[in-house]
Design a binder for this molecule. Sequence first.
Ligand code: GDP
Ligand code: IMO
Ligand code: MG
Length: 429
Amino acid sequence: MKNTVVVGAQFGDEGKAKITDLLAQEADFITRFQGGSNAGHTVVVNGKKYAFHLVPSGILYENKTCMIGAGCVIKPDDLKNEIENIILQGVSREHFETCLKISPLAHITMKYHTDIDGYSENNLKENKIGTTKKGIGPTYTDKYNRCGIRVEDLFNKEILSKKLDVILPKKNRELEFVYNLKPYSKEEILLECDEYRKILAPYVDFNWENNLLDNLKNKTILFEGAQGVMLDIDYGTYPYVTSSSPTAGGACVGASMGAKAVERAIGVFKAYMTRVGEGAFITELTDLEGEKLRSIGGEFGVTTGRPRRCGWFDTISAKYAVLVGGLTEIALTKLDVLDSFDEIKLAVAYKNKKTGEIIKYYPTNVYTHQDYEPVYEVHKGWMKDITKCKTYDELPENAKLYLKRLEEILGIKITIISVGPDREQTIFL
Ligand code: GDP
Ligand code: IMO
Ligand code: MG
């Protein structure tokens, strides 16, 4: 397999983890490159369900290295809980200690970051983003404001202490006077850092540069994205986005690799769309049809349990995601969820509700989205259970027409079709 990046191409939860887990069979090195425990990734193996947040979805295989890359943010206590839960499901602690690696350059989500995220979400009222409250935005803010704490800082007490002398007085003023939140003493933060150091110590890869050279020379690399292009900090529905870059471009930066390392970018699309949190969603269905998609698709957040908003596939935002996400092929998931819909819709244009103007491009200013409604192309459903189809030929004719039309509009090939959550329920083309 060529070095491959798996990119969410919608608003997240497209089924990236299932695709990553499948492709991980052929990879040696699987690396997450952005995001943190805001992600909720589900892998199903022989009916057994695993939930990952920060741990790369390749962890279920032996003899693979799974890296949490420099572009990620880590909340060590959340990571600890995640690992313990997977251990309870039968994966050994030794396996984690052998296979899981953490970049010393990744940033730490401190308690004050989650305090600020929670405060903002609870107080912004109608302007809230609907974040996962995992402290993601405040951690990346500090990273880019050059006052973050990196994994490597935890392992050098002298430098950590000096850094805190600069960071903490500023942070405490922010906590107290901007957010009306409790400040932290240096002793409290040092204790927090002690706890985090113990949690991360077995996994931190201080030899990452040499290991990376080895991986680039001899190994197959799989880059695992979290979130999706429409949640990207630059290209998504800003400000209703996450604070990192889930695109193929983001993969190079976040995994400490050059552009040549990525040879193939698979955009994972659901056969319909979902979104958790606030922000425009032009094809959202707030009626019984949306309810039906949610209940058949099991559309509830893995991280927060929130019901996901559901709607039809939007080819306008999808074409935009192919472009800015740098996508070279498509993995289409959850096609089976459409089995009982007699009509399946594809948004092929937007109509301005005030002027009647039809547009076929994606308007990047999210505040204008309320002016648009989708223009649909209606396809006949197949009204048949496809969850046991193993080949493209076994798919019903109407399903094939739907897939062909998607390829035609998006201009890239569908190479993977997923017809159920299990590894087995996958058609490779
Ligand atoms: P991710 O965040 O992109 O990895 O996706 P999530 O794990 O948050 O959400 C995808 C959900 O759909 C999970 O519950 C998967 O087990 C499930 N899933 C993935 N592919 C399929 C599929 O083809 N059909 C069905 N019915 N479920 C799927
Ligand atoms: P996976 O990897 C779906 C959404 C949140 C919110 C916005 C910002 O499972 O696809 P954040 O906590 O990141 O600051 O929240 O982004 N969001 C996701 N939605 N899937 C995810 O991850 C998400 N991660 C963040 O709901 O709207
Ligand atoms: Mg998810």
